[in-house]
Each structure stands twice: as structure tokens, then as C-alpha cells.
Ligand binder design. Sequence first.
Ligand code: HEC
Length: 182
Amino acid sequence: MKKFVFMTIMLTVIGCSSMSMTPVAQSGGMPKDGELDFPKDYTTFPTFLKGIQKPNAVRDLYINSTGAEAHHGKPFANESILVMEIYKAKKGDGEAFEKDSDGHLIKDGLAKVYVMQKGAGWGKHAPEGLQNGDWIYSAFTPNGDRLEVEYAKCRSCHLPLGDAKDYVQRYDEYFEKRVHMH
Ligand code: HEC
């Protein structure tokens, strides 16, 4: 029991000291859904997965360098930022989508940018029953203007992934397919 208490104190101390070294991007306290800063430089982030094929869209995923240091089986660290670009798919002359020689949809303009970012204690402000750990969600236009969306929908669709996958849909693929940086 004593050992357990000691460990807890040690972990708290370690946790706090590493937190003070990496300041939170937002200045005014903890952001809620829709209040994250637009990660302007996200296209320079390591790519997480590229060219995800949806029925009518193509998606590219990016992750910042803090997130890219995650280990399989562990949650992403605080200050991790995940970005999903949603591209329209190109249509041919009719209503059918055009495909390239590999049978993949062709990007036709960036439509939206979805962001998930994590910070210590941020989940406390999430709606009851829809906490996704400490992740907060925001949706933007490609220019970084905020989109009006129902954030409860983001949360309910990512919620089933649970703590085991840290609410990240492509959690496993991230560790299997990402481009290794080191
Ligand atoms: C209907 C389910 C659903 C909803 C609603 C949803 N997502 Fe997702 N999200 C996904 C899936 C599935 C992926 C993985 C990429 C893919 O297959 O399209 C994903 C991936 C992501 C990623 C990349 C990290 C990851 O989890 O793999 C971010 C960031 C993201 N979503 C943000 C959002 C935001 C912000 C909203 C709300 C505006 C939202 N999502 C709403 C299903 C959903």
C-alpha cells in the first residue's frame, strides 16, 4: 500500500514537470469542442495515413511530432494533435466518380479539416457520457475558419474505440503503416 502511494506521488511529480516543459497551445485555459486553434502548419506534420477511400471522398491523416512518438498499446500523450483532411472526389462527365489506374478516387479540392487535440484535464469539460479521454474536437474550412457542426456526433462515433484505442479510429493502422521517422 505504501509503495503504491509512493508510486502515485512519483508519477504525479513526473507528470507535472514534463507538462511545464511543453506549454499548452491555447492561452486562455482549457478549450472545449470547437475552440481548438487551427493547426496552421499541419501539412508539415508527419503523415499518419494517406488516400483513405470513402464512397464519395478521400481523406488524409496527419499527426504532430508529439503524437508521432506514441507507442502501440499506450494512449497518445497530451499535446498530441491529429488532423484529418477531407477531400471531395472528382466526378467524370456523368454522376459517377472518376478512378485512377489503381481504381482509387481522385481528389477534387479540400473540403474540410477535422482536428482532435489532447491536453491534461480537457475531457472534464466534455458533455456527460461523451467523454473521449482528454480529446477535444474542432472542424474547420481549409482556410482555418470554424465550421458549425454537432460535436456530439464526432464524440459518439469515436467513443466506441474506448481507452484501448484512445478513441482514435485508425489507431492500429497508425502503428502498422505510418512512415517511421527515427
Ligand atoms: C460516423 C462516424 C464519425 C463521425 C461522426 C466523426 N468521425 Fe472522425 N473519424 C471516423 C473514422 C471512420 C475515421 C478514420 C478515417 C476514415 O476511415 O475515414 C475518423 C478519423 C478522424 C480523425 C483522425 C484520427 C483517427 O481517429 O483516426 C480525426 C482528427 C477526426 N476523425 C475528427 C473528427 C471530428 C472533428 C468530427 C466531428 C466534426 C468527427 N471526426 C466525426 C469516424 C467519424
